[in-house]
Ligand binder design. Structure first.
Ligand SMILES: Nc1ncnc2c1ncn2[C@@H]1O[C@H](COP(=O)(O)OP(=O)(O)OP(=O)(O)O)[C@@H](O)[C@H]1O
Ligand SMILES: [Mg+2]
Length: 411
């Protein structure tokens, strides 16, 4: 007697992928398209036949929370309930090693690529890469580590991801052009008919235009200019008197040949209305100019980059009682504040007064500011020349949010 577990019925794209005979399948799909549900279903189906499956995620946490706990464990528990009711041998769940063993001898191993040696030992019938475009050293992992584990059993492989620029995932995506063992699919989040359009809208709400292209429409986007509607941000703003504005300031300190840039924003109008840009000026004179600028605007908050050159100034001004918040720049924190700026620019939520003496410099630096995709992440930087005014703009925009944050006093 056979016991049946009812998987959710595949939606049309999942079915098309399932029925295709290719040995290697590359799925470049939008968020919520149904990737995880699909791979869990085929992993279980394969293991229940007595075969060996590995699901490989870029990091342990994704492997555990998404591949293992979200779909696999609940489904295995539901299957076990049916088997138990019918006095049949159940599937074993090994929570600490993240493995599932089926009565027919099949296994699902959940692995993260930060420990590739775990993957090396074994022969598989099916290997599934989840979040493939974000796997570090994907080329090496696939060619040197995983591909050999498929040889003995003529194993199959899936590569599933939203895109991340033209990295090695894209190379795999194009293999179908030269090799009939490979087949690729590219579809947006809308391919999932179970997803309400309002859910996609909700998902897109806080995304930049670039993120929407990548994550909803699953487009491969190239390195290049980041900000698109730059002209819309600039205009000739009406002049207001001192005291009529609630002001925040962002400050980026120049090293070597860069400029030190401070920008002042009216936080109610989201209007950047004044700024100073100091180039090749001795340190003590810079300090004087910065102090004058801050005093002139009586800001609620000044966010200052506190790396290298900035740190002593941040400390000094803080000790003098100015409302200063230090900002440590790393690639990660830079991406965060630039994303916020990009979001504000996309939504016309930041305006820049053309009367600022160096507004043309800001415009130029916004134009040449770009995104570069690396193996697993993205980097933002000036493609030519400088990015001091863009960083100051991002810090100013961040200062507005930070000034509006709710604080609880700890001491
Ligand atoms: N065939 C299906 N039948 C019913 N619901 C489905 C089906 N496929 C996916 N879903 C539902 O759609 C939603 C998204 O599915 P899933 O988590 O598999 O997407 P994903 O592409 O992995 O998303 P993410 O990009 O967030 O990782 C879930 O609520 C899931 O239950
Ligand atoms: Mg998923």
């Amino acid at each position: 007697m056979k016991f049946k577990f009812k998987f959710p019925q595949f939606h049309p794209l999942q079915r098309e992928i399932y029925e295709h005979p290719a040995r290697y399948k590359v799925l470049c799909l939008g968020r919520r398209a149904g990737k995880s549900l699909y791979i869990t279903a085929i992993a279980l189906e394969t293991a229940l036949r007595g075969e060996q499956v590995a699901i490989i995620s870029p990091i342990y946490r994704i492997a555990k929370e998404i591949s293992f706990e979200k779909y696999l464990v609940p489904w295995v528990r539901s299957i076990n309930k049916i088997l138990k009711e019918n006095n049949q041998q159940q599937l074993e769940i090994d929570l600490s090693d993240m493995q599932i063993r089926t009565p027919s001898g099949g296994t699902i191993f959940i692995r993260s690529a930060d420990k590739p040696d775990n993957i090396r030992s074994g022969d598989y019938d099916l290997v599934i890469f989840d979040e493939t475009a974000f796997q570090a050293n994907l080329k090496n992992l696939w060619e040197r580590v995983v591909r050999p584990t498929l040889i003995d059993r003529q194993g199959k492989a899936y590569f599933i991801s939203t895109p991340n620029g033209y990295n090695y995932f894209h190379t795999l995506f194009t293999k179908e052009l030269t090799d009939s063992n490979w087949k690729s699919w590219n579809a947006s989040s809308h391919a999932n008919p179970h997803l309400l359009p309002s859910e996609i809208e909700e998902l897109s709400k806080d995304m930049t235009h670039l993120a929407i292209r990548q994550e909803i429409y699953a487009e491969f986007t190239s390195d290049g200019q980041l900000f698109s509607n730059i002209d819309d941000a600039f205009f000739d703003a009406p002049i207001k008197h001192f005291g009529e504005r609630k002001v925040v300031i962002g400050a980026d300190f120049g090293r070597m040949n860069d400029s030190t840039v401070l920008l002042a924003m009216d936080k109610e109008e989201n209007l950047v209305f004044d700024g100073i840009r100091l180039t090749s000026i001795p340190f003590d004179e810079q300090e004087k100019e910065i102090r004058n600028f801050i005093e002139k605007h009586d800001p609620e908050l000044v966010v200052m980059e506190e790396n290298s050159f900035g740190k002593p100034i941040v400390e000094k001004f803080m000790n003098e009682g100015y409302p200063i918040e230090g900002f440590k720049t790393s690639n990660k924190s830079k991406v965060e504040i630039i994303d916020k700026l990009l979001f504000a620019m996309d939504n016309q939520n930041i305006h820049i007064d053309e009367k600022i003496e160096f507004s043309k410099v800001i415009r130029g630096e916004l134009n040449s500011f770009g995104v570069i995709y690396t193996d697993t992440t993205k980097k933002y930087s000036a493609q030519s020349g400088h990015d001091d005014t863009v960083m100051a703009l991002a810090l100013t925009n961040y200062a507005k949010d930070s000034a509006n944050s709710f604080f609880i006093s700890l001491i």
